[in-house]
Design a protein around this ligand. Sequence first.
Ligand code: NAD
Length: 507
Amino acid sequence: MARNGKKSLYDEAMETFHRAAELIKMQPRVRMEIEEPDFEHVFHITAEIHDRLVPLSTEEQAQFKDLPPSDVKAGDALELLANGSYILHRRALLEADLTMRQGVINIPKVGLLKLEKGGPRKFRAYRIQHNNVRGPYKGGIRYHKEASLDLFKVLAADMTWKTAIAEVPFGGAKGGIKFDPFQYSKEEIEQISLRYFYKMKSLVGPYVDIPAPDVGTNGAIMAYFMRQYTDGEREKHHLRGVVTGKDVRIGGSEGRVKATGQGVVYCIEEWARDKGFDLKGARVLVQGFGNVGSNAAEILAALGAKVVGVNDVHGTVAKDSGLDMAALVHHVHQDPTNLRRTVAGFPGGTAIPKDDFWDIDADILVPAALGEEITGPVAERLKVKLVAEGANGPTTREGDAVMAARRIDVIPDIICNAGGVTVSYYEWLQNLRLEHWTEGEVNRRLEQAIKKNYAIIRDISRNRPQRTPLYDSRPFCVGEAVDIRTASMILALKRIEAHYLLEGFSQ
Ligand code: NAD
């Protein structure tokens, strides 16, 4: 709905839906049913936050120059946060010899720190259940400071389209908490996560709504969720499928951590095969080096591509002959001192401003960070042949129009990053059957699913209905060529609409 003459993010995102619904002449009531989320849960959670030790500013430091150093024996019990503050765990004071003045303490090799009071904090939390006509609601949990109802509605709808495109028997959902997890300790994140899932308990379940990791969450947080949901249940092992993206040792699937990045690469391989383009030596740019970006980059490098630039929220590194992926992954994800998990400071490349990242000469760009990064002006500058959308919604409408005019190919997010939810389905199946599949088995199924559905989308886009040994695109083509984003939506909507048309509406 228009507010102050400005369209909401959700309304904008739904434009492709409406375009595709027109083209397939979607039954009006079905269209009305799908265009709004089933449920929008917005609630608050509270948690107790520890006291913090915050570094003093340069001006403040002057008056504490003579403060004698304190001997904090349990020094490792001071937990460093990404913003430079420390959590004061009580065990840090065991056997400590302390001098504190006006709440300030001098810790050798750390500096002057001021005690800041913790206490209860309130957080806004969300779970949007968009549509479940094809199966239980399914979608990630995001912890991010810029979360909003509007954004979660967009992301939940995206999951409805994505699960239909990936042909997994799920619907769409998304949710999370508006906060910056980098500012909180491990223990606080556990408390916040447990409280969140406690409040969600009546909304989720292996046959109801199945969360997974997204930005700011990971397998460890899924483990908290699973524990919270199954605690005290008599048949708790049958309930493991309440979340996916778990560690393989507790019911996660082989290949799940890499799955989204792997799916991005299967799409790129299929694009390259169609175009007769050799991925060996291809120059690649990756934005975002978290789960999706780093895995896509590593797999592409293993295929012989050169990752010539990587940008994340804290920095950008570039190297014309290709960055060493193993070393960069180690720097970002395995170095315990790199608390912000950033590519910044990587010695194996040159640091450049983010603005220059878009100008790097390359063949393929994989945006794998957040939304709305490829705007019109950014798209004007790109020197790539293909944008493979690892992130959700990385391209704005203007960005799309510019790329179409400049003949830059796009693999839309709803197929490109569908690998994650596809392997989440395999994880869910393994949980229900108490099975454990090999990574080879997972990847074999994933490759077939992604490449088949991407090929159907391409046929819809080119209006080339055909039946091959692998797939049949005839029921989905609409008699005219359409852009690839609309083609993806047509595939999703035809599969969703079938349920309403064949099953009717429950009354
Ligand atoms: P993550 O939290 O592991 O990583 C996010 C990355 O983006 C980090 O490297 C961060 O530094 C970077 N980033 C954040 N803000 C940025 C900015 N303004 N500029 C540049 N870089 C920025 O998250 P993830 O799980 O890899 O997800 C990345 C994207 O992929 C998201 O859009 C997410 O919705 C989408 N996605 C993830 C999955 C999955 O399985 N994890 C599945 C489908 C889609």
